[in-house]
Design a protein around this ligand. Structure first.
Ligand code: PMM
Length: 372
């Protein structure tokens, strides 16, 4: 894990070192700032690693004369996104692992059909607007769209099943009628998952990892659906009151492992399971940063691909020093950092800027394969 100095200063050092040299052709004409920041942060990776390993001793004033050649540093950093981050479980009954069916780095586009989500509550309450939004995210490059009808933002109270069904089923059906894009249903209720899967959803995304309503695991199994199991400390109403861990990475990893085992014990094919550390769900800023930095370890411990959802979340407002300011750039940079550290998929509100980032990363890595 990076020290706070490395995390804070690595990107700054890299910006000063590399941004003036980044080929403008890679940045595209739109949104050059996120692209430049994104390249800078991936370039910061090797510097931070060198710092951590004690192989290079420099302060911010000597960083500009760091011995590593610039192009090699960029390619080495970008190349980290090329390797397969999570060891995939063996297939059962011929099912390909999730990250073989949806190769990473991939994006899950968020369609919140709620009046009060973390950042976009109320925007898509009208089903037709929500469907159009989901289709737009798919057209922009989302590998899957995540439809949710219950807010889980800190302090929220939850919603009853009838209201949640009313919010999400028409939206899932509408997206499915117009597109083949995989659809995830973001719910903790078995009855909602069941109806959404019948309407065309293909994944169940449960922020309680099957603890709130264990029947949801049976529903996912019987439908042959994919399953995302997320960590949350406590419940949304109180989770941010005073979250504490002895070792957040070890505890979240052990929890995810236990939940994967519980799902598999219930008959779910491990090739259908992914996990999520639950950024912002009972975590301080430091907890969130530690989990983002430990993606490789979390995926290894859980034994399946790792989803990270940090888009627009509150800790980014704290990091940029202004809770009111737009968090798109912060989301893209933090998302890229998560991908470089083992995440397979990012759950994001703003697909287009993240897609721009992935295109630039793949160009930098020289892989020649651009996301569709
Ligand atoms: N965050 C929210 C809702 N659902 N699901 C997963 N798997 N991971 C998350 O981080 C996650 C989630 C809350 O964020 P939002 O209100 O901005 O959608």
């Amino acid at each position: 894990m990076l020290s706070s100095w490395e995390f804070t200063n690595g990107p700054v050092v890299a910006i000063a070192t590399f941004v003036p040299l980044v080929p403008l052709a890679l940045l595209g004409r739109r949104r050059p700032l996120p692209a430049a920041l994104m390249i800078a942060i991936i370039a910061a990776g090797p510097i931070a690693v060198q710092l951590r390993e004690g192989a290079m001793h420099f302060s911010s004033s000597t960083a500009v004369s760091a011995p590593m050649p610039i192009s090699a540093a960029l390619l080495a950093a970008a190349g980290r996104l090329d390797r397969h981050p999570a060891p995939s479980p063996p297939t059962l009954a011929g099912v390909q692992p999730l990250d073989a069916r949806i190769p990473g780095p991939a994006l899950m586009g968020i369609v919140n059909v709620t009046p009060d989500s973390f950042s976009d509550g109320g925007l898509h309450r009208d089903p037709a607007v929500a469907v159009a939004h989901g289709l737009r995210l798919a057209a922009e490059g989302a590998a899957i769209v995540d439809v949710g009808g219950e807010s889980t933002r800190p302090g929220s109270e939850g919603v009853d099943a009838a209201e949640e069904l009313d919010r999400v089923v028409a939206v899932v059906r509408g997206i499915r009628a117009a597109s083949d894009v995989p659809i995830s249903i973001d719910t903790s209720k078995a009855v909602v998952a069941e109806a959404a899967l019948a309407a065309g959803a293909t994944m169940v995304n449960d922020v309680t990892a099957g603890r709130a309503d264990p029947r949801i695991l049976d529903v996912a199994r019987d439908a042959g659906a994919d399953l995302c199991l997320m960590h949350m400390l406590g419940e949304p109403r109180t989770m941010q009151d005073d979250p504490r861990y002895d070792d957040v990475v070890r505890e979240v990893g052990a929890f995810l492992r236990e939940r994967v085992e519980a799902a598999v014990a219930r008959g779910i094919d491990p090739a259908r399971v992914c996990v999520d550390p639950g950024i912002g769900f009972g975590k301080t800023v430091d907890h969130n940063l530690a989990l983002i930095a430990a993606g490789d370890e979390l995926a290894r411990t859980a034994g399946c691909p790792l989803v990270v959802g940090l888009s627009r979340k509150r800790f980014l407002g704290a990091l940029i020093g202004d809770p009111e300011r737009d968090r798109t750039t912060a989301s893209v940079v933090a998302g890229v950092a998560a991908l470089g550290r083992g995440a397979w998929m990012l759950r994001v509100h703003d697909v287009q800027p993240h897609m721009d980032a992935l295109r630039v990363l793949q160009a930098v890595a020289g892989s020649g394969t651009m996301p569709a």
